[in-house]
Design a protein around this ligand. Sequence first.
Ligand code: ADP
Ligand code: MG
Ligand code: ZN
Length: 484
Amino acid sequence: MSPAVLDQYEMVIGLEVHCQLATKTKIFCGCAVDTGSDPNTNVCPVCLGLPGALPVLSRAAVDLAIRGAVALNCQVQSESVFARKNYFYPDLPKGYQISQYDKPYALRGHLDITTSAGEKRIGITRIHMEDDAGKSQHDGFRDSDRYTYVDLNRSGTPLIEIVSEPDLRSSDEAFAYMTEVKQALQFAEVSTCDMEKGHLRCDANVSVRKKGATTLGTRAEVKNVNSFRFLKQAIDYEFERQVAIVESGGHIVQETRLFDANTGETFSMRSKEDAHDYRYFPEPDLVPLRIGAAWFDEVKSAMPELPQARRARFSTQYGLSDYDVNVLTATRDLADYFERVASSAGDAKAAANWVMGDLSAALKAGDIEIGASPVKPESLGSLIKLIASGELSGKLAKEIFPKMFATGDEPAAIMDREGLRQISDSSAIEKIVDEVLAANPKQVEQYKGGKTTVIGFLVGQVMKASRGQAAPGAVNALLAEKLK
Ligand code: ADP
Ligand code: MG
Ligand code: ZN
């Protein structure tokens, strides 16, 4: 499709995001949420779907679901109802998922996103709670050509599904929205949002229409989009595919498609089911969920600071630039780390520079998460304090930092071990200055003859002679003094 043709169209995107709540146990039974146990070991009659086993709703799951709703600016409903969503799948032993349908626990939220096109508010239609299914394993076994294995450890894991309004208009906006959702849920400690582990999953509903049109086009729902990058690819691919169909006089089929990460394309999986296909009906084994003001307030008042509030505070409390604030609040772990460095260093600007500079580069090079940084925030704070007190020059600090990163040792220990203390004692520096002046009569001559720029060379010689340990300020002052 030529850009001119594509430009006549607008894409419309609504996202359904599944997020695994960070509880220790499952939503309707006491089994542990699986973190990699042997298949079918974290199971009981309830999550195996054995006849007669009765579900009991986990309070911890509801607590986190409420937090999620608050983090996404939704209205928590005082009464909501669980419903059976009926479908057959080998990894769904009950024959239905317990979800919420016409009375979800949270409605009408929003998140503000920022893209190159500016700031925009994205509506959130609703959030509902549900249980996850198990996992079918089609590969990896000797007889995988003939059998599919089922692991039910995941069955009954608590999820919330966050449904956005069809307010997104580009893959960039979808990306920004997902970023905000993830940040909000991580900061609120609702979920780890680890996409690789499937703790955050996203289905993208995409349609196209001529610019200026007021009705929505028919949508395709793309499943299996398990990274932010794939989300962008899948949406952009869908847009072009749908425009090509419309341009050639065809109709978009409402269907469920799968994204293939290898080709960057989407392909048809099945015609899209409608809600009535699921024969939703209220779950007879669970009473309606009532969340009263007391419960809501208790959860809300115990919530950690949300991303927006934290960004605002970082800018006022620490006087950081918008850019620095955005980088440092990208994840909860990074924001926490930075604050610990700032508080132990007593200098937020220097803390920001070290965290965003040398530390981030080293972490990136080693593919290490900030939470696993070999340099503890307090050690980085000590390094900054040593510079401030004049015991270390900036240059020496840059030499010490990689050693801290490699060993996890305190900067003072490394300085002592390697004899890397900055020399600020002026008599010691004076001695070196005198030696350098004596050894470089030609440059001294030139300086006195008016070529004052040679002082740079002389400073360099002193620094070299002191193995970089002389305090540069003191060296400059002494040289200028002696050359007068
Ligand atoms: P379902 O669960 O069947 O997919 P929903 O009505 O809950 O149904 O819609 C799911 C998502 O699809 C929502 O995020 C919504 O914003 C989005 N959506 C609905 N219609 C369109 C459309 N025409 N184009 C793009 N997205 C749409
Ligand atoms: Mg859907
Ligand atoms: Zn169980």
